[in-house]
Ligand binder design. Sequence first.
Ligand SMILES: *[C@@H]1O[C@H](CO)[C@@H](O)[C@H](O)[C@H]1NC(C)=O
Ligand SMILES: *[C@@H]1O[C@H](CO)[C@@H](O)[C@H](O)[C@H]1NC(C)=O
Ligand SMILES: *[C@@H]1O[C@H](CO)[C@@H](O)[C@H](O)[C@H]1NC(C)=O
Ligand SMILES: *[C@@H]1O[C@H](CO)[C@@H](O)[C@H](O)[C@H]1NC(C)=O
Ligand SMILES: *[C@@H]1O[C@H](CO)[C@@H](O)[C@H](O)[C@H]1NC(C)=O
Ligand SMILES: *[C@@H]1O[C@H](CO)[C@@H](O)[C@H](O)[C@H]1NC(C)=O
Length: 273
Amino acid sequence: MKQRWQFLFLCLLVLFLIVDARGRRLLRDDVSEEAALLTAFKQISVTSDPNNFLGNWNYGSGHHHDPCSWRGVSCATDGVVTGLDLRNGGLTGTLNLNNLTALSNLRDLYLQGNKFSSGDSSVSSSSSSGCSLEVLDLSSNLITDSSIVDYVFSTCLDLVSVNVSHNKLAGKLKTSPSSTRLTTVDLSNNLFSDEILVNFIASLPASLKHLDLAANNFSGDFSRLGFGLCGNLTVFSVSQNNISGHKFPISLSNCNLLETLNLSWKLWMGECI
Ligand SMILES: *[C@@H]1O[C@H](CO)[C@@H](O)[C@H](O)[C@H]1NC(C)=O
Ligand SMILES: *[C@@H]1O[C@H](CO)[C@@H](O)[C@H](O)[C@H]1NC(C)=O
Ligand SMILES: *[C@@H]1O[C@H](CO)[C@@H](O)[C@H](O)[C@H]1NC(C)=O
Ligand SMILES: *[C@@H]1O[C@H](CO)[C@@H](O)[C@H](O)[C@H]1NC(C)=O
Ligand SMILES: *[C@@H]1O[C@H](CO)[C@@H](O)[C@H](O)[C@H]1NC(C)=O
Ligand SMILES: *[C@@H]1O[C@H](CO)[C@@H](O)[C@H](O)[C@H]1NC(C)=O
């Protein structure tokens, strides 16, 4: 009887060890896949790193196999990469986000204050992986390709905050954000030009609190705007654009938490009604 129990125990132990080893192997594969994606980003997007900011991002050579120990990378307790903070890293390059959006648990991406420009394929629309980003800060770079913004608005369904201010983004915004968690959008200090964004403004998510379109080249008649679900909107700036108009749109009264509406500078000649 006692021997039978011992045998059973041994069987269970062996079974447990097999299952555990498989679990660990899976985990190690995930780690190397994430490390491969990060080093691919470094290879493809970074052409110059004068401060050696990414000096310990070396996969496959010695001690730093686990990307969680790399500079700027943060991970959850189970070891998956959840954040990347390369702010003011002194990096120059042509930004390609494909390898980063392929990190299936990446929530926070901060690339502010580098010298990233954009080539003709900063994101591929055929990139089949989703996008798990919640916070995206690409501000203060040299990015020109506004399809990055369209891609992020249409693909990143958990997006909470996006800041692409102080770049050289030009052309029209084609897409409205689809995340229903979005609170902050800062597109200020770029070269966006368009008739004022009637569709964009009408379909903003109800969660939005802060919308900054200042210092671009948006044009048109402010009174033509239709505000939709703007019950949480607190700050809205279109200052330093080429906006005209002589009255406020009636639907602006939907935005009953609005504290700051900044229409300063240029052709605005509005009056309160
Ligand atoms: C990184 O992105 C490039 C460009 O989209 C792609 O060709 C390459 O296969 C990606 N690398 C990995 C490891 O997925
Ligand atoms: C966006 O980034 C700029 C420059 O990096 C910063 O000054 C600004 O406050 C940020 N916007 C928001 C809404 O946080
Ligand atoms: C508006 O803001 C409040 C407080 O932050 C939040 O609880 C609520 O969910 C927001 N509304 C929407 C539609 O996101
Ligand atoms: C600003 O927009 C106008 C059209 O409204 C266009 O003619 C002009 O070239 C734009 N300027 C810049 C600097 O993009
Ligand atoms: C301002 O917008 C009008 C169209 O509304 C356009 O004709 C004009 O060229 C724009 N001015 C500048 C300085 O971009
Ligand atoms: C409105 O925008 C102008 C120009 O961008 C800025 O100087 C001013 O401080 C803003 N006003 C408020 C109340 O935010």
